[in-house]
Design a binder for this molecule. Structure first.
Ligand code: C5P
Length: 219
């Protein structure tokens, strides 16, 4: 049987990555963090000394973009060539420019084709998270979820993750990135047939349980 695809979209700081990873572990499924591919490409463009705001520079960088990601939820890792970029792609210098890289249509097409190959290679099932999974990458997935949370809560969670960063600056960067991203794909409202899980009032475990409840109902 084809692997079961659980598609999860949501804005920055919604808890998407940690919740998706935990849900995948509990289901015994693979896990694919699509944002990591865009982040790794942004890292690669920066490493080449190229301009992340220039579509031609970005496209040029895709030519020698040797990306690898683990789909084991218990052993998350990302590499570009020989470099382990698992931590580096979370740095603000990458977060601040990733939207520019992700808005190049030819980049989205190439990356989407890669995601579909990874999905097809999953064994039992795969939890795929990002911004356009429920609408573009896997619109036919049996389980499609939009994970949201109030903006204040998202900013709080993100600044707790990036300890030492100024909370107001984190909130501002998050708002900027969401505004820029939502000009490319709408991940702030649910497409028809997409279940909304709002984590504003839920703790981590409750959010994972809410996602698993949707999976149990739909898959
Ligand atoms: O999910 P994460 O915040 O790591 O995503 C990083 C960036 O990658 C987003 O801000 C967005 O620009 C881009 N992205 C995207 N489509 C996806 C996943 C991420 O455009 N499916």
């Amino acid at each position: 049987a084809a692997p079961v695809v659980v598609a999860i979209d949501g804005p920055a700081g919604s808890g998407k990555s940690s919740v998706s990873k935990a849900a995948a572990s509990r289901l015994g499924y693979d896990y694919l963090d699509t944002g990591a591919a865009y982040r790794a490409l942004a890292w690669h463009v920066l490493a080449r000394g190229a301009d992340t705001g220039d579509a031609a520079d970005v496209l040029d960088a895709t030519g020698d973009f040797d990306f690898w990601i683990s789909t084991d939820p218990a052993a998350y890792a990302v590499r570009v060539g020989q470099a382990d970029v698992t931590e580096a792609i979370r740095e603000p210098r990458v977060s601040d420019v990733v939207s520019g890289v992700a808005r190049v249509p030819a980049v989205r097409e190439a990356v989407t084709a890669m995601f579909r190959r990874i999905m097809a290679g999953a064994s039992r099932g795969i939890v795929v998270e990002g911004r356009d999974i429920t609408t573009v990458v896997a619109p036919d997935a049996p389980v499609r979820i939009l994970l949201t949370a109030a903006p204040e809560v998202r900013a709080e969670r993100r600044s707790a993750e990036l300890s030492g960063e100024d909370a107001a600056a984190v909130a501002a960067a998050l708002t900027r990135r969401d505004a820029s991203d939502s000009a490319v794909v709408d991940f702030l409202s649910a497409a028809p047939g997409v279940e909304v899980v709002d984590s504003t009032e839920l703790d981590f475990e409750q959010t994972v349980d809410a996602v698993l409840a949707v999976v149990a109902e739909k898959a």
